[in-house]
Design a protein around this ligand. Structure first.
Ligand SMILES: [Zn+2]
Length: 348
């Protein structure tokens, strides 16, 4: 693991792209599996890590392999208590490294499929939000993600079922396996979500078939204001210009599930290109427990080391995160002022 500087550790931080299910650490997973009577294909946390590493072979199948492994882990989450415990474990980790703002994604259809009542799941996560603020001073907002490899009709039904909980959810996203032509298919769902006042994002994973087309269509057909990953934008100058001029935010994740000691170089090169072109790009962990990549400080440190960024550039990435956050302008300005003060104090 890369060493984390004091500057990065103490910088006030925001994270916008992190999956609740991907923060589930081995020790909690084992507790959960036991109380839910789930058979896992491993006996201890080392076994989990071994399996994660075994499935991380080759580049093209990485997303599929990674999701397969993630599926085994997240399927152990069967009760609202499991969602609460996972959220609070992540909040405590985040508090330990001065994260002040979090937007956390959860797979709402998966929770329902696994027998968790929607209202109980949302109540558990809302309780975690309140306790994060009360006990750790962290503002947490929730993004409900629909899974692209499940029927679009189910996404629409789930969107409707979320209506009574509208105030607890800030945004709607799309994630899981990147299916061909998904933007057009999900356009009616995202349009209905927009009508309900949700903010919109979608994954466009790195180096997938039709990455560039998907990114363009997510902006033009779905009207998203943010793309999760979206790094392949860097390969197309016209798309870079579009993303920059329309201020579409990109939530980059430099440390992926290849080898977690450093950030894979192609991602770093794409992040550099987008950053220097003036894109609103931030740095995020995605699935920190699954990737074994460490949490936000480690991700920032790994990217800084791999890209040769200085501290001023890390501040700019963090400004981008606060600029992309789904908060009101006054709150945004308070966060940015806090970041400026931190920079001034660390330079003194
Ligand atoms: Zn993600």
């Amino acid at each position: 693991m890369v060493e984390v500087s004091n500057f990065i550790r103490t910088m006030p931080k925001a994270e916008l792209h992190v999956h609740l299910e991907g923060t589930l650490e081995g020790d909690l997973l084992l507790v959960m599996a036991e109380r839910n009577k789930i058979d896992l294909p491993f006996d201890d946390a080392d076994g989990i890590r071994r399996m994660q590493n075994e499935t991380k072979t080759g580049l093209t199948n990485n997303l599929v392999n990674f999701l397969r492994c993630l599926d085994i882990c997240r399927e152990a989450m069967r009760t609202a208590q499991d969602y609460y415990d996972t959220a609070m474990a992540f909040v405590r980790k985040s508090a330990g490294e001065n994260v002040v703002y979090l937007e956390v994604t959860f797979d709402v259809q998966q929770a329902i499929r696994q027998g968790v009542a929607l209202s109980e799941c949302i109540e558990a996560l809302s309780r975690a939000r309140r306790e994060a603020k009360r006990d750790h001073g962290i503002d947490v907002q929730l993004i409900a993600c629909f899974q692209r490899d499940h029927p679009v009709e189910n996404a629409m039904e789930t969107l409707m079922a979320l209506d009574p909980h509208r105030e607890e959810i800030v945004g709607i996203g799309l994630d899981n396996y990147e299916t061909p032509g998904f933007p057009e298919l999900f356009a009616p769902v995202m349009s209905a979500a927009r009508d309900r006042g949700y903010r919109l994002t979608s994954h466009c994973d790195v180096n997938q078939p039709d990455s560039l087309t998907h990114i363009r269509e997510c902006v033009d057909l779905l009207g998203v204001e943010r793309i999760d990953h979206g790094l392949n934008t860097a390969q197309d100058a016209a798309l870079v210009e579009k993303i920059v001029s329309q201020r579409i935010a990109l939530t980059g994740c430099p440390t992926f599930h290849v080898s977690m000691t450093s950030a894979p170089s192609d991602r770093v090169e794409m992040i550099k290109t987008l950053f220097h072109a003036g894109a609103l790009i931030s740095l995020n962990t995605d699935d920190p427990a699954q990737f074994g990549s460490g949490y936000l400080s480690h991700t920032l440190a790994a990217c800084q080391a791999a890209a040769g960024f200085g501290d001023d550039e890390m501040i700019r990435f963090m400004r981008n995160a606060f600029e992309s956050a789904w908060i009101d302008d006054r709150t945004r300005s308070e966060y940015l002022t806090g970041l400026d003060r931190f920079r001034a104090a660390s330079a003194a």
